[in-house]
Design a protein around this ligand. Sequence first.
Ligand SMILES: Nc1ncnc2c1ncn2[C@@H]1O[C@H](COP(=O)(O)OP(=O)(O)OP(=O)(O)O)[C@@H](O)[C@H]1O
Ligand SMILES: O=C(CO)[C@H](O)[C@H](O)COP(=O)(O)O
Length: 405
Amino acid sequence: MAVCTVYTTQSLHSTCSISTPTKNHLGFNQKHVVFYSTNKKTTKRASSAVITCSADTQTVVIGLAADSGCGKSTFMRRLTSVFGGAAEPPRGGNPDSNTLISDTTTVICLDDYHSLDRTGRKEKGVTALDPRANNFDLMYEQVKAIKDGTAVEKPIYNHVTGLLDPPELIKPPKILVIEGLHPMYDQRVRDLLDFSIYLDISNEVKFAWKIQRDMAERGHSLESIKASIEARKPDFDAYIDPQKQYADAVIEVLPTQLIPDDNEGKVLRVKLIMKEGVEFFSPVYLFDEGSSISWIPCGRKLTCSYPGIKFSYGPDAYYGHEVSVLEMDGQFDRLDELIYVESHLSNISTKFYGEVTQQMLKHADFPGSNNGTGLFQTIVGLKIRDLFEQIVASRAKTPVEATKA
Ligand SMILES: Nc1ncnc2c1ncn2[C@@H]1O[C@H](COP(=O)(O)OP(=O)(O)OP(=O)(O)O)[C@@H](O)[C@H]1O
Ligand SMILES: O=C(CO)[C@H](O)[C@H](O)COP(=O)(O)O
C-alpha cells in the first residue's frame, strides 16, 4: 500500500483522521499516512483528501518570571498539585537536574540556558541576570520545538558545581512551564507563551525572605546577603523587572499597611493584578465584577488576630493595560475558615465548592500559606488548569483541514 504524505499546520502529535468517502476513494487508511508538520499556509491542494486533525495534545506553554528566592519553586509545587500527582526530577537522570515532571506538567528552569557558567560569568564580569550570560536563541528554538511536539536535548545548569552539565531529554508534555529569570525577555519566547505570570516581590520583602532562607538554611552572613542583593540590583532593574509589563497576571508582594512603619516583613500585603481581555482567562472578582470594593472579613465567621485582614478589589490600569486587582493585607489565623473568604470570590475556576481551601490546607506547611501569597498562587494555579482545559476544548472544536501533497 502506498504511503500518503500530508502536510499539516498542526504539530506532529496531533490526532488526525481521514474522513470517508475520501478514505475509500483514495484507498488508504490512517496507518499509511505520514504527517509532516509545517506552518506553510501555501500548501497546494493536490487532491480532495481531507484529513481532520485535532491538536488536543499540543503543549500549552506557561511562563513564570521572578528573581531568585522569590517563591517560584513554591508556586510550582502549588501549581502541579492542582493537576494532581507528584512532580519529580527526570527518572534516572542527572541528580542535579532542575526539571520537574508530573503526569500533566513539565517545569523547566531557564537557568539551564545560561551560556556562561559560574567561572565564565566571573571572568567576563557579568551576572546571571545579564542577557549576555544566557542563550536566548536556544531557549526559543527548544521551547518552540516542544510546543510543536518535538522532544529536545536541553542543557542543564548545575547549581551545585556552577558548571554546564550534559543535556537531558525533554519530551513534549501537556503543559510546559518555563520558570526563571527571563521567560518574557525575548520577544520570540514571549510569543510562544499561552499565559504568563510575574512574581513581583518588593525589595523589603525579598530581603526578609533571603535572610530567612540564606542565613537560617544556608549559613550566609547578613553582610553577604546584602552584598548579593545590591550586586544584582542594577541588572534586576534593567532586565528582570521590566518583564512584568508583559505578564497576564502579576502577584505583587509588599509590606503590610495594617501595621504603621512595619519593618519585620512578616505580615504582607499581596496584590493579584489580572490583565483584562486575555483569551481563556477571566479575572477573579470579589462580590461584584468591575466595582471597587473594600472588605474586612474578620468577625463571626473569620477569626483574626492583630493586625486583622483587609481585602480590596477593583479595576485599575497597569503599564497601559486595563486590569482587575484583588488585594489581601494581613494573615489568616485559621486556614479551615478560609472557606468563608473563598465563598465570596467569583471566577476562581474551582471544580467543587471549597477547592481553594482544600488546596491551601493540603499545603499548609508551604511558605505563604497563611497569607495572600499562598491564596493567590493557589487561585492562579486553578486559573491555569481552567485555561489549559479551555485551550484543549477549543482545539477539539476547530478541526484543522490538511491537504494531501
Ligand atoms: N510566600 C512566602 N512567604 C514567606 N516566605 C517565602 C514565600 N515564598 C518563598 N519564601 C521564602 O523564600 C525562599 C525561596 O522560595 P522558593 O524556593 O520558592 O523561591 P525560588 O524563586 O524558587 O528560589 P530560587 O530561584 O533561588 O531557587 C523560601 O525558602 C522561603 O524562605
Ligand atoms: O539568579 C539565579 C537564578 O536562579 C542564579 O543566581 C543563577 O542561576 C546562577 O546560579 P548560581 O548562583 O548557582 O551560580
